[in-house]
Design a protein. Structure first.
Length: 291
């Protein structure tokens, strides 16, 4: 951009007026400059005072922030220390409790281990004793088996000899009737017979209870037997309510032979140490009846 400067020249008559005008302008410029300088100085002073006040406020604000931060840090540290201390105490107490419980559990485990060890040792001893007893039972069973075979062989020999000599007539070897709880009774009869031909015969027993005027036939189970040598008749019956027998009659029929035997009811006297219920009784005794 080009700027053209145009100089204007005043004419001679007007030179004075131009100078005056220039002088006036210069004076005015000086005065304006002075006023401006005063205004600038006052503004600079005001600006400086404002700057100093702002700096002071900023410093106070910074100091307040620092003080607040320090106070907060102190209280926070104290509060955290207290919480940490309480937490440490709680953890210490819990650790002591856990240690005590663990010690108690360890002691219980040791006691249980001792008991288990003792029980294991006892079980081993019992096992050894059981094995010894089992071995003894095996030996005894073997001996009994051999003895039973020998007795059987001897019985067969006696049977042949007796049969060759006319056999053995029907007879009662032993008899017994004993009371039981709940108005029950147990009977037992040992009967012997051997026919001439040495074969087994059908045996039918009949048990009858007799008082002065009436009689009651006791149902026997089983109702019949096969006899070749000795038969053991065993069983139990319930006495009819109100019936008091005076005698018991046993009738036997086998191989065309018949045998009757009367027994006084004194066979039914009560025995000591009798159980309170039939459920407490063992099975019927199959052992031979002692005469």
């Amino acid at each position: 951009m080009r700027v053209k400067i145009v100089l204007r020249f005043c004419s001679q008559p007007a030179r004075l007026s131009c100078q005056d005008a220039i002088s006036y302008k210069l004076e005015r410029s000086r005065h304006s400059l002075q006023v401006s300088n005063g205004t600038i100085d006052s503004r600079n002073s005001l600006s400086a005072s404002q700057t100093g006040a702002s700096t002071l406020v900023l410093a106070l604000f910074v100091v307040a922030i620092l003080a607040t931060a320090i106070v907060g840090l102190v209280f926070g540290h104290k509060l955290g220390y207290q919480r940490g201390f309480h937490a440490m105490q709680t953890e210490t107490k819990q650790a002591i409790i856990n240690s005590t419980e663990a010690t108690k559990e360890l002691k219980d485990l040791r006691v249980s281990n001792k008991i288990a060890t003792s029980e294991a040792a006892t079980a081993k001893q019992e096992l050894a004793i059981s094995l010894t007893n089992l071995e003894e039972l095996r030996v005894t069973q073997k001996e009994l088996t051999i003895e039973n075979k020998q007795v059987t062989q001897l019985n067969e020999l006696y049977t042949e000899v007796i049969s060759d000599n006319g056999g053995m007539p029907l007879q009662i070897i032993g008899a017994n009737i004993k009371p039981l709880p709940e108005n029950a009774f147990e009977y037992g009869f040992d009967v012997g017979m051997l026919s001439k031909d040495g074969t087994a015969k059908r045996l039918t027993p009949i048990l009858t209870l007799i008082d002065n005027d009436d009689f009651v036939e006791v149902p026997l189970d089983p109702a019949s037997y096969s006899i070749k040598g000795i038969v053991r008749i065993r069983g139990r019956f319930m006495m009819p309510s109100g019936f008091k027998p005076l005698q018991a009659k046993l009738t036997l029929r086998a191989g065309g032979q018949q045998k009757e035997q009367l027994y006084d009811w004194r066979l039914g006297d009560r025995v000591d140490n009798m159980p309170l219920s039939l459920l407490d009784l063992p099975e019927v005794d199959e052992s031979p009846i002692q005469p």
